[in-house]
Every structure is written in C-alpha cells, then in structure tokens.
Design a binder for this molecule. Structure first.
Ligand code: ADP
Ligand code: MG
Length: 399
C-alpha cells in the first residue's frame, strides 16, 4: 500500500525527521489558507498523486510549455493560480503512464533555499534478507538513470535487522554523501531516524529524493515516497486510514475484498491459480509457449465457489483477456468442489472466451467428470505443459 507525500512526511515527522512546514489542501481556498499559515515568502505547491517525477511532469489540460506538478510560488496570489491550474487536471509523469493521474489533493509547503540535493532510500533486500540503505550524491534525479549511467555514485549499505542500526552505518552514510562536520552528524542521525521509522511502520520501501542540504546548513527531507508491506497492515490501523482508493487499480481493490492476490499484467491469457509458486510457474510456461499472461492471480488455499466466481469476474473485467487458463491443485480443497465452482462461475459470468482447466490432486477424476459433463466448452488439460499449449492454441484458433 502506498500513501501520499504529505502523509508520509507527517508519519516521518513523528520520528523526529526534519521536514519543511506544509499543509495539505483539497480546494483552492484551502491552498490559499494553507499558504497564509506558512512563513513565506516562498511557497511550493505540490500535486499529490501516487507517482514520482511530478516536477518534470505535464498537465494534459495546460499548454505544453506550462510547468509541472511541483511549482515554486513567490506570493499567495501565485499559490492561488497554481492551485487553480492543478486541481482537477491530469498530470502525466514518467511513472503514471500515458493516461496520467487526476490531481485531487495538493500540498502547500515552505520554499527551501537548496544548497545541494542528495538521494537516500531504504528497501527490503530479499537477496540478503536485510534492509538495504541506498545513498547517492546525485539527488533530485531519476535514480534508475543514475544507477545505469554512473553506478559508482550509488552506495548500498546493508543493515542486519537482528543487530539494527549501528553508529558505523550512520558514518557510512555521511561518508558516501561526502559530508563532514555537523552535516555528517546530521546525515547519520537522519539515516537512523529513517531506519527506525521504516522498521516501526513495516515499510517495504522508503525513498527520500531529494534529501537536501539548505543554505543555512540543515538536512531536510524534501520529497518522500513510502510503501507498506500489506501483510503487516493489520497492526497499523493508522496507516490503513491513510489509504486513498482513488489512486489504486479498481480491479486490485475488488480483488482485495475477496482476499485474492491479483496483479494486472500486459498479456492476453488470464490465469487463475492457487498458490503463488504455481501461479509463477503458470505464467512462465505461458510465456514459454509464445504468449503472455494478462494477470497474476492467486486464489489461495481455501478457494470456494464464491472466490472462484469473483476471480473469473476480475479476469473478464480486463478487455485484453482472450482466453483463461485455470491451474488448480486440489489439496485441502478437493478437485470436485473446485470443478463445481468453476462450472457455476463460468455459467454465471456467461463465459465467451476459451477456457482450459488443469486440475490435479484429491478427487481429480470426479472433478474432471464434472467439467466434462457440464455442457460448457471447457478444454481439459492433463499437466501444466499440456495446459499452456492448449490455451495458446485455443486463443490462436479464435484470432
Ligand atoms: P518529484 O520527485 O515528484 O518531481 P519533488 O518533491 O522531488 O517531486 O520535487 C522536484 C524538485 O522540486 C526537487 O528536486 C526540488 O529541486 C524542488 N522542490 C521540491 N520541494 C521543494 C521545496 N519545498 N522548496 C524548494 N524546492 C523544492
Ligand atoms: Mg522527488
């Protein structure tokens, strides 16, 4: 789950992290009122969407030479103008895709006199089983680009979660950023505060880009992106309350209601599988046979008729889907029960695309009989390879 910049900053402030003063606004009037509460004379009006690259982004409704979603205002009047131009309009950035995102919230913040911009982020590194702290002197830029062009400018420091953040980690951050004296101490402190916040909030990513050094020698978090491990949300009701569903994929919200793990992908074959490992293998084998999966979908161990129907509806709500491959292992849930669910769901949604089903496990023959006697044009498959070949052949036959 992701949150907006202003929400992430409010969370970080509780851990002592230095952020510029700022107030969120939903209307032009609120934006003006917010600016009046800030010291001035410089303000920054920032579009709040769940995507980065806002500064260099473009509004669809504004002239091509208009500025993007992060604008420096020199007066309250300018704050008002910028708020009018941004609210309700669609911002396109490198991270939103061509469709862009409608701006419904703004953050009006104190303009900072920047001496230098740095980069700092924390992510869960599954390779090492540790938290990786990534720092770079090249702040304010696209970090993927920096990693590609000048990888030597990125330093990764790994932190053992059992040991926690140690003073040497802080020194390594200051050193990597080329800081000395008081700034070096500030860098160590802010890195520790960010690590503490990351662990306490069960983040899976926390990115500060840029972390800035002000002209009067302070380190401040100017922009932040924060995402949370969804498996931990049950213990963070305060974080859940920050959820902005208008920013999320409607199909993924629908999936979460039925406790289905669904991720939309770019291909043509809809997949319904139980177990993440089997789902990954299914996607791989579709690709091996020359087509691409339209989604990742794990219906979980306790798949019942209701879940299977919801899953079918989700898959079919994607207009790109040209065929469906069901690959279910009946363990605790027996194959005949699953087959009944598939047949009922296929009838209920009035299935119009080819459907290949591979069942394996407890009561498999009874399950296959139910599919065969359903009167529906379900294509049975004997194993994973057979299933993938058949769905690709069926889709190509229709096309
Ligand atoms: P994004 O990464 O989405 O483009 P940022 O918040 O990083 O948005 O803003 C882009 C750039 O705008 C920053 O790199 C910084 O140079 C400038 N900027 C952002 N906030 C402020 C601020 N409060 N004061 C001065 N400059 C800012
Ligand atoms: Mg940024």
């Amino acid at each position: 789950m992701n949150v907006h910049e202003y929400q992430a900053k409010e969370l970080l402030a509780k851990f002592g992290v230095g952020i510029p003063a700022g107030i969120a606004a939903l209307t032009v009037e609120e934006a003006v009122a917010a600016a009046k509460q800030l010291p001035g004379p410089l303000y920054v009006v920032k579009a709040q969407i769940h995507a980065g690259g806002r500064g260099k982004g473009k509004f669809k409704e504004l002239p091509a030479d208009a500025k993007g979603g992060v604008r420096l205002a020199k007066s309250i009047e300018e704050v008002e103008t910028f708020a009018q131009e941004m609210l309700g309009n669609t911002l396109v950035t490198v991270q939103t895709g061509e469709a862009g995102k409608q701006v419904n919230r703004l953050y009006v913040t104190d303009g900072v006199d920047i001496a230098k911009e740095y980069y700092l982020s924390l992510v869960v590194d599954r390779g090492t089983g540790r938290v990786a702290l990534i720092v770079s002197t090249e702040g304010g830029m696209d970090i993927e680009e920096v990693a590609h062009a000048t990888p030597e400018k990125i330093t990764t420091i790994t932190i053992d979660p059992a040991q926690g953040f140690m003073p040497h980690h802080g020194r390594a951050v200051g050193f990597a950023l080329g800081l000395s004296g008081d700034l070096n101490k500030q860098a160590a402190k802010i890195a520790q505060q960010l690590y503490t916040a990351f662990v306490a909030l069960d983040c899976d990513m926390l990115e500060i880009n840029p972390l800035v050094e002000t002209k009067d020698g302070k380190l401040l978090v100017l922009d932040t992106k924060m995402s949370f491990d969804s498996n931990s949300l049950y213990r963070h009701p305060d974080v859940v309350a920050l959820r902005d569903e208008t920013e999320e994929d409607p199909a993924e919200i629908e999936a979460s209601k039925y406790d289905l793990a669904y991720i939309k992908l770019d291909g043509d074959i809809g997949c319904m599988v139980n177990g993440a490992g089997l789902a990954m293998a299914t996607m791989d084998i579709i690709k091996l046979n020359g087509m691409f999966p339209a989604n990742f979908l794990d219906v979980g161990g306790g798949a019942n008729k209701e879940k299977v129907t919801a899953a079918f509806k989700l898959i079919l709500s994607d207009p790109a889907v040209k065929g469906i491959l069901v690959n279910i292992f009946g363990g605790i849930m027996k194959c005949d029960i699953i087959a009944e669910g598939i047949v009922a769901a296929a009838k209920e949604v009035n299935l119009q695309v080819p459907l290949v089903v591979r069942l394996e496990g407890t009561n498999v023959q009874a399950g296959k009989d139910i599919l065969a006697n359903s009167g529906l044009p379900i294509v049975p498959a004997n194993d994973l390879g057979d299933a993938a070949k058949k769905i690709v052949a069926e889709v190509q036959k229709v096309a």
